[in-house]
Design a protein. Structure first.
Length: 259
């Protein structure tokens, strides 16, 4: 009995460093109690360090591995915020941090919206893009049939969306980067009329194909409610990724087609 007790003590001591490493690995890089005291501080942190559209690893508040779906569903309740934990692993690891009832109400409202949006986008991954028949400003037609076998990069926008316009130079650089890839199509769906868009494009360079008057398709078929929103549709006509930022789009496209 004494020998058995000594054996178990030895096992615990040998594994203690590993337990400590696991605990440290899943500790946040910033003190969450300080983070949630101020909405702007939390928002800046979330914007700069959390990408819920990426293929991250997820752990719950007890550091147990969970699915991305469960992670996003948990965020959509408003009871948790996501934290980047100390880890050199790729993909990154995000951990749920449970909020108290007395914590910042604005943060809770914002994370509910973010969580619900990202959960809905996640559920669309792997589904067919709704049937479409687009004609751009140059008269070129795009359909589900004639784009099959190509990667379709879609942007949903309108001319009075400041964020939509601000990202155009970076999007133009991305189009130039893949200019020799005949299997990638960059198409934008706009709310605006042909006249409005042509007037806009006389003042602003945008190298995507531009399709006018697509508000109904954007809202009712794609269920987009924030702008800009980008879709990557794979060669089989399935939605690969939905993101709301140009840098996230660039990352996702690189993963899909290579650098």
């Amino acid at each position: 009995m004494k020998n058995l007790l000594l054996f178990f003590t030895f096992v615990v001591l040998i594994n203690a460093p590993a337990f400590a490493r696991d605990s440290k690995k899943h500790s946040p890089e910033i003190e969450p109690k300080l983070l949630i005291k101020d909405f702007q501080r939390w928002w800046n942190y979330n914007y700069n360090f959390i990408n819920l559209s990426s293929d991250f690893k997820a752990v719950d508040s007890e550091s147990k591995i969970i699915s991305k779906e469960l992670f996003l569903k948990s965020l959509s309740t408003g009871n948790y915020i996501p934290l980047l934990v100390n880890s050199a692993e790729m993909p990154k690891i995000y951990k749920l941090y449970k909020l108290k009832p007395s914590d910042n109400a604005d943060i809770k409202s914002a994370i509910i919206q973010l969580g619900q949006t990202e959960y809905e986008r996640f559920k669309k991954e792997g589904t067919k893009i709704p049937k479409f028949n687009f004609t751009d400003l140059n008269g070129k037609i795009y359909t589900n049939e004639n784009t099959k076998g190509k990667i379709l990069v879609l942007k949903c926008w309108f001319v009075h969306c400041a964020s939509c316009v601000a990202e155009m130079p970076a999007l133009n650089q991305m189009v130039a980067k893949y200019k020799n890839r005949k299997d990638i199509l960059f198409v934008s769906l706009a709310y605006d009329s042909e006249t409005q868009l042509k007037d806009f494009l006389r003042k602003k360079v945008f190298d995507y194909a531009v399709v006018p008057v697509r508000k109904e398709y954007i809202q009712k078929q794609l269920n987009v409610s924030s702008y800009p929103t980008h879709f990557i549709v794979n060669k089989k006509g399935l939605i690969e990724k939905i993101v709301d930022r140009q840098d996230y789009l660039a990352q996702a496209l690189t993963k899909e087609v290579g650098p």
